[in-house]
Design a protein around this ligand. Structure first.
Ligand SMILES: [Zn+2]
Length: 245
């Protein structure tokens, strides 16, 4: 792998400094067990860009496939009185020069009057690595935000959609050509309903504990990629030294 490819694959350049991406770091802690990551990246990207358009009030393309997900998103937004203060708070790039990492926050929002960051997930479950991701975003965001705009909370919004069997209540997800059936009775001759969306909205606690774990994960990531990182001339020296000592 060339160094240019490595830099592009794993990080961002901000003001001439290259920093690894939060998701590159936390992917080291993910466990690819059955069902954990069956949702394709394409599906996630499609939902993210449609949600971004909705939040920015832009005309959305007709996307029948993900419509149940978008309906669930709108319902959640009303139910929790979610307010986006500025369009800049959508898909916001943040970075922490001191600890040497960068990332993109899906949205910074006020939820029932409380300001925080929200990460949107389109898989079938919330996983522990998401705690590390969101704490990294929260920490980087607050380092760059004025006192008035500090985020008080971090949330995960998970939106999924599935068809349900009218007989045995099995669930079928069909995303980007992959079909997955869970629960229910395997001998049932399933009769599927129309796809419907579901949301799960969770506030994450234990910020200090999660941040320590994220920074530790970052050190492991740096160790794992130490040979390549030595060749990245514009990677912040201070965080490299921590690894090399
Ligand atoms: Zn059935």
């Amino acid at each position: 792998m060339s160094i240019e490819y490595f830099k592009q694959k794993y990080g961002y350049e901000v003001e001439g400094i290259w920093m690894p991406r939060v998701t590159a770091i936390t992917s080291l802690t993910s466990r690819p067990f059955f069902g954990a990551s069956y949702r394709s990246a394409d599906w996630g990207n499609e939902v993210h860009s449609a949600v971004e358009k909705i939040l920015k009030g832009e005309a959305k393309d007709s996307q029948e496939k993900i419509e149940p997900t978008l309906v669930a998103f709108e319902k959640w937004r009303k139910e929790y009185d979610v307010q986006i203060v500025s369009p800049a708070d959508i898909e916001l790039r943040v970075y922490d020069f001191e600890n040497g990492y960068a990332g993109t926050i899906d949205m910074v929002a006020e939820v029932q009057g409380k300001r925080g960051i929200i990460d949107l997930k389109t898989g079938n479950s919330i996983r522990s690595e998401h705690s590390l991701q969101t704490v990294a975003y929260l920490n980087a965001y607050n380092k760059g935000a004025t006192k008035k705009l500090q985020a008080q909370a971090r949330w995960i919004l998970r939106i999924d959609q599935y068809e349900e069997c009218k007989g045995c209540l099995a669930k079928k997800s069909e995303k980007s050509g992959k079909e997955r059936i869970s629960e229910g009775n395997e001998y049932c001759n399933h009769q599927w309903s129309f796809a419907r969306g579901e949301t799960e909205f969770v506030e994450l606690e234990d910020t200090q504990e999660d941040l320590r774990a994220f920074l530790a994960a970052k050190e492991v990531w740096e160790w794992y990629h130490r040979a390549a990182l030595k060749k990245v001339a514009n990677y912040p020296k201070n965080s490299m030294q921590k690894v090399l000592i």
